[in-house]
Design a protein around this ligand. Structure first.
Ligand code: GLU
Ligand code: ZN
Length: 497
């Protein structure tokens, strides 16, 4: 569905406004990415705002992680923490006077009122409404209190929250992803905007900041759809107060479904961004995959750069249907990005996994030259960088990993004879040529009536510990003659000959 963007492009102002709680998760990053791509596509502005008004749940560690994650991904922002901007500060915890002032003005103009209902009273009336088949949201009890009623409540020492007065007409808006939506008043009761202790709530601070920061498009997850009619009504009040200019446009990004077609929850382990970092996703590979959660680049092309994404990204092309998170596909796409790296970039990108704490060998066992030599063969084989260690550990461990299944598969009757012949031929071969090593094993196989595939399996397991791996003869060459022969000897000894 195409929807016009009424404002000139460069005036596009979008925001990414997470709460710093817990670890960044893929749903959050997808939201950041779509906002970023939209801003970059239009040459507009991405505002990064921290919604840290819940001191009990927010943490500095989580805040630092958010910044670090966006930096790692290369999702840059134009206004926000560290870069500043005309609407600073960008942390809501530093903007409390602003919210208190707006709440006061909303009350003065009748857009909000004090609500003295206790939780018990609210619950009793809610239950009664439910039993009578009436809508069970807030019933407007405190909308029209008399001066005496208020005095009575105050005399009782009752605390009051501030509630926003919803208009009595339906709220209609055109969602950029979902089209026209209407919410009737029964479904959107008056809602709290300030707690009894004076703490402003998300329902207030989020639209107030969107207004003050002149946000033109609110692109966020579908889970926030129900707050949109409230925010639009609040916006209209803010326009009256002169705090807001226009109601922004809204677009709600589809849910992301995980295993078993359940909504991916931020608590699911596979939702954690850190997991993808640790597994060795490239930022471009991960972002490429996340772009496909509700959007597509082209019918016949799944792999693209962020520059390509930016050139085509339009919010009107986002699909309203839930997107399915598919780890296999994410890895396959990441693998494509790994193969696109230059050999030098690939070798460098793997280094963290080849060193402590990821590498299973002693730090001094790592041999940079051997790594540089083997890296090009590994580049086509891994889909995530963390897989590199298993592919090259034979080079850096004292002896090959002991993998019983591989051993059982490769070491059959006659394997010792084959290995003994292969050892002789390899010992006599020209080690400056991988081709010559192949000829040596081929010739050994011929002696025992084995084709190359069958002949090389015991050699591979003797030397690398595994039945599958990188091209064998290049691997042997990089490992070196002495170490290769030593390992074949050790295998022969283990086979009892
Ligand atoms: N801080 C809110 C959240 O993380 C922002 C929601 C919004 O985009 O309006 O859920
Ligand atoms: Zn009330």
């Amino acid at each position: 569905m195409a929807s016009p963007t009424p404002r000139p492009d460069a005036s596009v102002r979008v925001r990414f406004c997470p709460s710093p709680t817990g670890n960044p998760h893929v749903g959050l990053i997808r939201t950041a990415l779509f906002n970023w791509a939209f801003a970059r596509h239009h040459g507009g502005t991405l505002v990064f705002r921290i919604e840290d008004t819940d001191a009990a749940r927010d943490s500095e560690e989580s805040y630092q992680q958010l910044l670090d994650s966006l930096r790692w991904l290369g999702l840059d922002w134009d206004e926000g923490p560290e870069v500043g901007g005309p609407h600073a500060p960008y942390r809501q915890s530093q903007r409390m006077e602003i919210y208190a002032d707006v709440a006061r003005r909303l009350k003065e103009t009748g857009h909000a009122y004090d609500c003295y209902c206790t939780p018990e009273e609210l619950e009793t009336r809610r239950a009664a409404a439910r039993a009578a088949g009436r809508p069970s949201g807030y019933d407007g009890h405190c909308r029209t209190l008399t001066a005496e009623q208020v005095a009575g409540y105050l005399a009782e020492g009752r605390p009051a929250i501030v509630r926003f007065r919803m208009p009595d007409q339906p709220v209609t808006f055109t969602d950029l992803v979902r089209g026209e939506l209407t919410f009737t008043p029964e479904n959107v009761p008056d809602f709290g905007i300030v707690r009894a202790n004076g703490a402003p709530l998300y329902t207030l601070v989020n639209p107030v900041d969107d207004a003050l920061m002149e946000i033109t498009h609110v692109l966020r997850g579908e889970d926030l759809l129900s707050s949109t009619p409230r925010q639009i009504a609040l916006y209209q009040a803010l326009i009256e107060l002169g705090v807001a200019k226009d109601v922004p446009e809204f677009g709600h990004l589809p849910y992301v479904m995980g295993e078993g077609n359940k909504k991916l929850s931020k608590r699911d382990p596979e939702a954690s961004l850190n997991l993808y970092r640790e597994r060795g996703f490239l930022p471009e590979g991960l972002l490429n995959y996340l772009s496909l959660l509700g959007w597509s680049y082209a019918a016949d092309q799944d792999v693209f750069t962020m520059a390509e994404m930016v050139s085509r990204f339009e919010i009107a092309d986002v699909n309203a249907n839930p997107a399915r998170f598919d780890l296999k596909k994410a890895e396959a796409i990441n693998g494509d990005h790994i193969r696109r790296l230059t050999p030098e970039a690939f070798a460098a990108a793997c280094l963290p996994w080849l060193r402590a704490p990821y590498a299973p060998w002693a730090p001094e066992a790592f041999d940079e030259a051997a790594w540089q030599a083997i890296a090009p063969y590994a580049q086509t084989r891994v889909t995530v960088l963390a897989d590199i260690t298993a592919n090259v550990d034979f080079l850096f461990l004292d002896r090959p990993v002991a993998d019983e299944a591989s051993w059982a598969k490769a070491m059959k009757e006659g394997s010792a004879d084959l290995l003994r012949t292969a050892r002789e031929r390899l010992a006599a071969a020209d080690w400056s040529s991988a081709e010559a090593l192949k000829e040596a094993v081929l010739a050994a196989g011929e002696v025992h009536g084995l084709k190359l595939g069958k002949a090389q399996a015991p050699v591979r397991v003797a030397v690398t510990g595994r039945t599958v791996g990188l091209p064998l003869f290049e691997s042997l060459q990089i490992l070196g003659r002495d170490r290769t022969l030593e390992r074949i000897d050790a295998a022969l000894a283990a086979l009892g000959s």
